[in-house]
Design a protein around this ligand. Sequence first.
Ligand code: BGC
Length: 760
Amino acid sequence: MAKIAEKYLKVDPWLVVEEGFHPDRSRVSESIFSLANELMGVRGYFDEGYSGDRLVGSYVNGIFDEKEIIHAAYFLGMAKRFCFMINTVDWLYTRIFIDGEQLDLNTSEFSDFIRTLDMKKGIMTREFVWTTNTEKKLRLIFTRMLSMNNANMGFQKVEFIPLNFDGSVEIESGVDFNTIHELENKNFFNEVKRTDDGQYAILCKTLNSHQQLFSSFQIDADAKLQPISREKFVGVKFSLPLKSGETNSFVKTVVNYADREKDTDSDLVWKTATKLADKLFKISFADEYSKHIKFWTNSWDRLDITVEGDDENQQGVRFCIFNLVQTYHGNDPTLNVGAKGLTGEYYYGWTWWDTETYCLPFYMFSNPQAAKSLLEYRYNTMPQAIERAKEMQCDGTCYPMGTIDGTESCGTWQHGNLEIHVTAAIPYGIWHYNRICKDKDFLYNKGFEMLLQASRYFASRGAWGSQTGKYGYFGVMGPDEFHMMVNNNCYTNFMAKKCFDFTLEVFDEIKTADFKKFNEVISRLNITDAEISDWKKKSENMYISFDQDSLLFEQHDGYYNLPYLDVKAIPHTQFPVYNNWEYGKIFRTSMTKQPDVLLFLFFYSQQFSKDILRANYDYYEPRCSHESSLSPSIHSILACDLGKVDQALEFSQYASRLDLDDYNRNANQGLHITSMAATWMNFVYGFGGMRSDGELLVFNPVLPQTWKSYSFKITYLGNILQVSVKNNSAFFRVLDGDMIKIKVFNNLYCVDKNGVTVSF
Ligand code: BGC
């Protein structure tokens, strides 16, 4: 891959460390040092303000605003309403003065800068020594924490250690709703209500979506607090005495509360929020800190991955796991995982098909409740998907390409309207979740209806080819976004077929297992026998272009005839090609953006022979530009399967350190959260060789030559299974729970707490 690592962070197994401030990489660091707790997220910006290049980004999951999409030319079916996660309250707002001089790392003199993300504890710290104009030296240590125990709570601790003087430091601290949403260059809040009379709180409302966000704080310091107020800001001023060599400090506890409904009565929101704040402010930082640490200890106990002999990959994979847990852990089924999580404005906080195809396995195998919540999000947004299908002049549910509230926000026609494979991701997710978590309650009460509606969509969107006489999808864009408006995209056809097949399977299953439920759903949706036969016929006659001789699947009609481009010869400076190539040029060669055929070969691995995989991998991999960050991990997984372990390792290094080393040169915009889930798969499904598409879990581990060992843990049917690989042998052991049946290199094993060793 023509990508280059930008290394400036220290490699450490549990920490991410920036030694010495790198102003030229300020925004990249802000992304990398982000903290989140599913509800809130903050970039690693400087609490005290900074006049250099920065994005003071603070986000609350599900808080968005909206605007009308102005199309140069509007055609029916194009999305009209654009929702985007907005920059919210800067609850870390702090300003620091000595003798009237303001601290600002862009202009102040400072030394010994070190910024640290402790992934084991979920804490970010930053410290440095500030030398004032009058040569006073003050060491400052900032600590921040977003509680994993109470998602509404955030903490900031600032410590001051004067090194050569006695005196005082003046501080302004508060919660500030004046933040600018950079992509729109606009602030999106109106103030509704405030108090600064002993309690400090403010309620603001978004301009158009009319959601409300409450923010309040409490300062724990040995000082007299003086309120300072201005529009959309509530804060205090205070002074702390300083004695040379001694530490003085303050702790700011913040409680944020979001009401995501439109126009809820503000008095009611205020009442609920202040009651919550009163309760939470009774909790000390120390108590919350210990619960927060406990959360992380429990999480790492369940899902740590260790790598011996590759420090960079070790740090990289932990960074990915850390961010996945931070972004989502299933507390709230109305929330989801944005492509950039809560770390930046790009990708608008939208949920994509990434959730079911790339993220779900991570959650299914570490936190099944979170996996269920993600699927429930799709269940809860079915009404919007039904409306969207109608707009597209189809039946059933058409799920959006990019969304926050379930409606389609993607106004780029070729993506929002043509990437119909997005709807196939939902049945795939339900199928996979059912297979692994065996949650019949979800399947019967929610999944079944979702499957029926998705099949309805696929039965109404396709057509019969006039030459082939086969059913397929015309005028689509597959996962490979470098080919627009193609016919019979193989991935789309294949996944739609799988949707029909699984729907029909579940249809039969529920009919026998729970006829009452079956009848209720079938009559409510008015599913007829004719419809069921139609789906069967369309599945049986789905056009899948497979050649018995070459063993290749053609990505779409006419793909083989496209001009060949040597992707590896493109200079790295031309990436991302979206920014460097005339738009149309991207679409007229065989170059692909990301796996397409290879993706369904991975999803349903056990259905295909090694020869088929090899033929398609050897054909499609050289044509892939990996412009999507979702791409390298899938290639790495398949390369492991084919014994191309060196190549797999190369892909995995890129995948696990995509943001840490800024390979795509866009980490400044936020972290690639959904591709971090692909990195997790890279280790478990790639090196670990796990497959989860059969009746039993299957493992075919490989060990890269340069690694001494690796290990990972998965949660499966309530048990925790540990897999450790070293010296050409794999050790499987149940750490917590009963016996699990697995297949390793085609042999059946019953694994319990004593463990089983398999040599290879
Ligand atoms: C990819 C899509 C993906 C989106 C969000 C795009 O670059 O091509 O497949 O859904 O990013 O991650």
